[in-house]
Design a binder for this molecule. Sequence first.
Ligand SMILES: [Zn+2]
Length: 155
Amino acid sequence: MFVADVMLAKVARWLRILGIRVESPELKDDGEFIEYAKENKLILLTMDVELSKRARKQNVGIFLVPKKNLEEQLASILKEFSIPLGKFPSETICPKCNGELKTAEKKDVEGRVQKKTFEEVDSFWECRNCKHVFWEGSHTGRIRSAVRRIRDLME
Ligand SMILES: [Zn+2]
């Protein structure tokens, strides 16, 4: 749905955690970036005013992300496009590569995560694309509280 510029790498990663597809291709300049958005029919996310003006001139969908803190930026994007907050973590997209996550059987992740993690955790997810394994861990608690704050900001 979106393509984010390098300045918004963190926002892109978080949008994926929230279940929203965001591409972050490595492109060499603004021109290529605008072309990429146009060809793939993606909405461009940037904080760069000049880039947003150029994109608008070429009729490329663009959202100028406010220079605020991360949670406010995320809330503003969700609000602008009327995107409901997904069910974390079941609707999460791979934060690393924008791939689709699927639930993984415990036996299938043996040897792919640390022994301690394997012993303590029962729910795993795997990226269909990069094969990275994710699980409910200490950081998911932090994500949950951030998701609550984003929800509050959207109201
Ligand atoms: Zn992945």
